[in-house]
Design a binder for this molecule. Structure first.
Ligand code: HEC
Ligand code: HEC
Ligand code: HEC
Length: 318
C-alpha cells in the first residue's frame, strides 16, 4: 500500500517536473527593436528590409524566402519553429552558412529576431481615440497638437519634426517604420536624438494606438461626408442639446455646464479641424477632454454617418 502510494507520488512528481521543464524551454521573450537591427544586418539581403522576402540577393536564389508580413502564413508557425529554423543547418541559415559571415547569434539574439518577425505580421488594430489622448500628453510638445511639427518644444531643436499632416511624405513610411521610430527613438533609427525612445514608457498597444491617430492626421477619410444625410441624423439625435440651428441652445442645453458647442460661431469653429470634430462625435467629451455630457457615438454611428455629421456641422457656421 505504502509502496504503491510512493510510486504514484513519484510518477506525479516526475510529470510535474517534466511540465515545468517544458514550460522553461518554451519560448523566451525577445526584444523586437533589437531583433530588427539584427534582421536588417544579417537577414535583409535575402528577406528584404521589410521582411517581404524580396531582398537584393534573391536574384541568385532558386528557392525564394517567404513573405514574413503574411499573417496567414506566419501564424501557422510557432515561435519555437522560427527559432529552430534560424539556428538550423538549413542552407543560408544557422551554423552552416552564417559562420562565413563571421556571424554568431547568441540564443537571446535569435529570440530577439523571432520577436521582430512577429511584429512584422502581428499588427494589432490601433484605437485612434486612445492614440489621440496619448499624443496630446507625450508628443504634442514637439510635434504640435495637430501633428504639424510646430510644438513649443521645437524652438530648442535643430532638427525639427516633420509635418505629420503631409500625406505625401507620411505615406512613404510603413506602419512598421513608424513603430520602430516611436518604440526605439531617433538615435536607434538614425534620426534626431531628440525624438525620445518610448518603449520604456509605452506598451506596444499604446504605440499602435498612436500610429492609428498619426495616420488619421494625414490620410483622407475613406468616406466622403454628405451634408444632407448629416442633417437627417442631426435632427434625430443632436438638436436636443445643440439646438435646431446648431446654436447650442436645444431644450436640454439649459441643464448642462458647459453648454453644448455652438456650431454657428465661426471663429470658434475655425480653430477646430475636421478630425477633431470627428473625434468629438466618435469618442464623446470623455475622449476629447470636454464635457462628459457629449455622448460617445462611435458605437452607434457608422464611419459614413460620422463624416456626414462633420460636413453638416461645418455648414452651420454664420
Ligand atoms: C542568403 C539568403 C538568406 C539569408 C541571408 C537569410 N535567409 Fe532566411 N531564408 C532564405 C530562404 C531562401 C528561405 C526559404 C527556405 C525554404 O523555404 O526552404 C529562408 C527561410 C527562412 C525562415 C523560415 C520561414 C519559413 O518559411 O518557415 C526563417 C525563419 C528565416 N529564413 C529567418 C532568417 C533570419 C532570421 C535570417 C538572418 C539571421 C535569415 N533568414 C537569413 C534565405 C536567406
Ligand atoms: C522632445 C521632442 C519630441 C517628442 C516629445 C516626441 N518627438 Fe517624435 N520626433 C522628434 C523629432 C525632432 C523628430 C525628427 C527626427 C528626424 O527627422 O531626424 C521626430 C520624429 C518622429 C517620427 C518620425 C517621422 C519622420 O519624419 O520620419 C515619428 C513617427 C514620431 N516622431 C512620433 C512621435 C510620437 C508618437 C511621440 C509621442 C509618443 C513623439 N514623437 C514625441 C521630437 C519629438
Ligand atoms: C446630451 C447632450 C448632447 C447630445 C445629445 C449631443 N451633444 Fe455634442 N456636445 C454636448 C456638450 C455638452 C458638448 C461640449 C461642449 C464643450 O465642452 O465646450 C458637446 C460637444 C460637441 C462637439 C465638440 C465641439 C468641440 O468642442 O470640439 C461636437 C462636434 C458635437 N458635440 C457634435 C454632436 C453631434 C453630431 C451630436 C449628435 C449625433 C451631438 N453632439 C449630440 C452635448 C451633446
Amino acid at each position: 500500500m505504502i509502496k504503491k502510494f510512493c510510486i504514484s507520488f513519484a510518477v506525479l512528481g516526475l510529470a510535474f517536473f517534466l511540465l515545468l521543464t517544458a514550460l522553461a524551454v518554451e519560448t523566451r521573450p525577445g526584444n523586437s527593436a533589437e531583433g530588427e537591427k539584427l534582421f536588417l544586418m544579417f537577414c535583409s539581403a535575402c528577406h528584404g528590409s521589410s521582411g517581404k522576402g524580396v531582398g537584393e540577393a534573391t536574384k541568385f536564389l532558386e528557392t525564394k524566402p517567404r513573405d514574413f508580413t503574411d499573417q496567414n502564413y506566419m501564424v501557422a508557425k510557432s515561435d519555437q519553429e522560427l527559432y529552430d529554423f534560424i539556428i538550423s543547418d538549413k542552407p543560408f541559415h544557422g551554423t552552416k552558412f552564417l559562420p562565413q559571415l563571421e556571424l554568431h547569434l547568441e540564443p537571446q539574439q535569435s529570440w530577439d529576431i523571432v520577436a521582430y518577425l512577429r511584429a512584422l505580421h502581428q499588427k494589432p488594430k490601433g484605437n485612434p481615440i486612445e492614440g489621440r489622448k496619448l499624443f496630446l500628453i507625450y508628443c504634442s510638445t514637439c510635434h504640435g497638437k495637430s501633428g504639424k511639427g510646430d510644438g513649443k518644444g521645437t524652438q530648442f531643436l535643430n532638427t525639427k519634426p516633420k509635418d505629420q499632416t503631409d500625406n505625401k511624405y507620411m505615406s512613404t513610411l510603413t506602419d512598421e517604420a513608424l513603430y520602430s521610430v516611436i518604440s526605439g527613438g531617433g538615435t536607434y533609427t538614425h534620426k534626431s536624438k531628440f525624438m525620445p525612445k518610448w518603449s520604456i514608457t509605452l506598451k506596444p498597444q499604446n504605440i499602435w494606438d498612436l500610429i492609428a491617430h498619426i495616420r488619421n492626421l494625414h490620410r483622407k477619410p475613406e468616406v466622403k461626408g454628405d451634408a444632407t444625410r448629416g442633417k437627417n441624423i442631426y435632427s434625430k439625435y443632436c438638436w436636443n442639446c445643440h439646438g435646431k440651428s446648431g446654436m447650442g441652445n436645444g431644450p436640454i442645453a439649459k441643464a448642462l455646464t458647459p453648454r453644448p458647442q455652438n456650431f454657428t460661431n465661426a471663429p470658434q469653429m475655425q480653430e477646430k479641424t475636421d478630425l477633431e470634430l470627428y473625434y468629438a462625435i466618435l469618442g464623446g467629451g470623455g475622449a476629447t477632454g470636454s464635457s462628459k455630457f457629449m455622448p460617445p457615438l462611435g458605437k452607434v454611428l457608422s464611419e459614413q454617418e460620422l463624416w456626414d455629421l462633420v460636413v453638416y456641422i461645418r455648414s452651420l457656421k454664420k
